[in-house]
Design a protein around this ligand. Structure first.
Ligand SMILES: [Ca+2]
Ligand SMILES: [Ca+2]
Length: 694
């Protein structure tokens, strides 16, 4: 490999011996091109260790500086938590090094960023916001420079784009954020401000797009702008990260309403309880126990177990009548004896001893890796008791499994924010430019998109299904609209289109065709009724070979199809006969489960993705990957676009072990006793076929 890029010494910490390594490789002419070590420490240590290494480099290499890559950083206490990860990002950015999050848990999830099928947690959205910072970094002065587990941040100024951005977090309560030397020539006397929160949604809990905290215009005073959290703005949360975007405000309008009218969190460990067993567990992850997972309030409650009669009573107080969103942060180990049989552990939710609902608490690959189960409760203004119980009110039903509860989040969505606004001037721009000179635009301005230039939006959908996309333009050109790589329509003037989005994260791109399209914004509303899915149960489809129908309580119709796939050349398939009203592109939504899991290594649990070869009308199959769902009886949805013809079509699922890189050897021949690649498609409950857009 004559052009291989060499990195080293890749030690588990920055040992003093790295000086000997530098001396030797310098003298021998074998210096690596990139110097690497792990920072399995704390954010502040990055700053001091990089400075220490640069001292050695100055002494040994003279003027020469090697790029540094810290190729493992952060622990279970930090990963997934925006308020923690921003502190690492701040130290990495300030030290001007590259770094990679350590792989402590499952593979294929971008080091604890991706969750379920096609979804992201708070860390995913933090990294997405960080990745959208452009221009130059500017100096950030935190209240306690270089001290871990305090308020830290990263800030940038992009002059051609006329945007400044700051990402910060790591503390709770009151804090002031001040921007100094705000360039009057660039921003004008009035600056437009968007403030967002990126909350923690659990290690493996789905997160929507960042919440809007406020959108406003502010006059610059003596070159500065100040934001008072815990004063005019809400108090900071230790587990959240925050973003402030500044743009010129001369012609701005504030179109985005705050996402939530009210919110509060209640710790399970503080809730009253009756029955049992009841266990208050912790302290869990903390700065002195970084190997353990981050847990809200440091503690959780155990005891929702088969045979238990535990009930937790949360006393809540709400400001007005309404339908509130409730998130129960909970966890159970998928391989635990009590959990294995049923999958998700069921508990009963009550409001003031009434209005009972059954909830399914989430599964995980390890105890304490939190996720959330969501529900809605109707509450009148004032105090209420929300109860989580192991027994139903009539005593006829009971918890089966074993689950831990960390906290509940209660919030009231703002009806004015039902439409999510993505301003084009904040989008990821390729070649396109921002403009703030037009009056009566949404937000501070618009984006000009010329031929082959683009603006990309990262759009959240709560589920796989219909949304309405509205593009507001000021004319001037023509562009293509692509959703998840699929070309939907072209855009000139105001464009409204209903389309199927994937549950979780969607990439929506507007690419210039001709002229210069002035794009103001994209707005997205979760709608239904126009693009109706047609569902087909797998147990009613055709199975061949060893593929068979198996009973699962949470499957549609109580049944799903297993054992699709197997050895090379197998004929174990599942084929649906579907009818399409017209020729075109359809969203194929697969409700599936995937229980494929290798025994854990010394610390990595090893769930495996499964793949299906999906053939439409007998054509060359397209391959789709289905992440592990922690249990055969735990079903998720995943959507892929397919082409169907008018009338009768077949959609066939097959699978087999994929060969190694050489194209013809199989890892199962080399290691017959260790499961390394799945030979199976997921367990298929049912599929939906929906016209992709209208
Ligand atoms: Ca807790
Ligand atoms: Ca705009």
């Amino acid at each position: 490999m004559p052009k291989a890029r060499i990195a080293g010494p890749n030690s588990s910490a920055l040992y003093g011996k790295v000086q000997d390594f530098l001396r030797h490789t310098h003298d021998a002419g074998t210096l690596p091109e990139v110097v690497t070590w792990h920072e399995l420490s704390d954010p502040a240590s990055i700053r001091t260790n990089v400075a220490r290494y640069r001292e050695w480099e100055r002494a040994i290499l003279g003027g020469k500086q090697l790029p540094i890559n810290l190729n493992e950083y952060a622990h279970n206490y930090h990963t997934s938590v925006p308020g923690q990860m921003i502190q690492w990002a701040s130290a990495i950015e300030e030290s001007k090094v590259d770094a990679d999050i350590a792989y402590w848990n499952i593979d294929g999830n971008l080091s604890d960023s991706a969750v379920q099928a096609n979804r992201g947690n708070g860390q995913w959205w933090l990294l997405n916001a960080y990745g959208q910072m452009t221009g130059d970094t500017v100096k950030v002065t935190p209240p306690r420079p270089g001290v871990s587990y305090t308020l830290q941040g990263v800030a940038t100024l992009d002059k051609p784009k006329a945007q400044a951005r700051a990402l910060f977090g790591g503390t709770s309560g009151k804090a002031g954020i001040r921007f100094d030397n705000v360039d009057a020539k660039l921003f004008g006397p009035t600056v437009h401000v968007l403030i967002q929160e990126i909350p923690w949604t659990g290690q493996i809990g789905d997160s929507p797009q960042p919440d809007v905290v406020a959108e406003l215009d502010l006059r610059v005073k003596n070159g500065s702008l100040t934001f008072g959290f815990g004063q005019a703005l809400p108090r900071l949360k230790e587990s959240s990260a925050y973003q402030i975007i500044l743009t010129p405000g001369r012609n701005a309008t504030s179109s985005a309403a705050p996402s939530k009218l009210w919110q509060a969190a209640y710790e399970a460990e503080d809730a009253a309880h009756t029955g049992g067993p009841w266990r208050r567990e912790g302290p869990q992850g903390s700065p002195s126990n970084v190997g353990q997972y981050y847990t809200s309030g440091g503690h959780n409650v155990g005891g929702f177990h088969t045979g238990s009669d535990l009930a937790l009573d949360f006393k809540v107080s709400v400001p007005k009548n309404g339908t509130y969103d409730l998130s129960v942060f909970a966890n159970s180990l998928n391989t635990a004896d009590a959990v294995k049989e049923q999958g998700p552990t069921n508990v009963f939710l009550r409001v003031d001893g009434k209005a009972e609902q059954e909830l399914r608490l989430p599964l995980s690959y390890r105890w304490l890796a939190w996720d959330h189960t969501d529900a809605q409760v109707r509450l009148t203004k004032g105090e209420h008791t929300l109860t989580l119980a192991a027994k139903s009110l009539d005593g006829a039903r009971a918890t089966k499994g074993d689950a831990l509860v960390d906290k509940i989040d209660l919030s009231l969505a703002n009806p004015a924010a039902a439409e999510t606004i993505y301003e084009a001037e904040y989008a990821t721009l390729k070649g396109a430019s921002t403009d703030y000179t037009r009056k009566k635009v949404s937000g501070p301005g618009h984006t000009e998109i010329g031929k082959n230039q683009s603006a990309t939006f990262w759009v959240y959908s709560p589920d796989d299904g219909e949304s309405t996309l509205t593009l507001d333009t000021l004319g001037g050109g023509r562009a293509w609209l692509d959703v998840n790589g699929h070309r939907l329509t072209d855009v000139t003037a105001h464009t409204k289109i209903k389309t199927v989005l994937s549950g979780g994260v969607n990439q929506i791109t507007v690419t210039g065709q001709s002229g210069k399209l002035r794009l103001d914004r994209l707005s997205v509303t979760d709608t239904d009724g126009a693009l109706k899915p047609t569902w087909y149960e797998a147990e009613s489809a055709r199975v061949t070979g060893n593929a068979k129908i198996t009973g699962y309580p949470l499957a549609g119709g109580g049944k799903a199809v297993t054992d699709i796939g197997g050895g090379p050349g197998n004929a174990n398939t599942l084929t649906f006969d579907v009818t399409a009203p017209q020729h075109g592109t359809y969203a194929l939504t697969v409700r599936y489960s995937n229980p494929e899991q290798s025994p854990a290594s010394h610390y990595n649990p090893d769930p495996l993705a499964r793949h299906a070869e999906i053939s439409i009308n007998g054509a060359q199959p397209q391959r789709a990957w289905f992440p592990h769902s922690f249990h055969a009886g735990n079903f998720w949805e995943l959507t892929i676009p397919v082409q169907l013809k008018r009338g009768a079509n077949t959609i066939a699922f097959a699978s087999h072990e994929l060969p190694s890189f050489d194209g013809d050897s199989y890892i199962s021949d080399a290691f017959p006793d260790i499961l390394l690649r799945s030979a199976y498609a997921p367990i298929v409950d049912k599929i939906a076929v929906t016209l992709i857009a209208k």
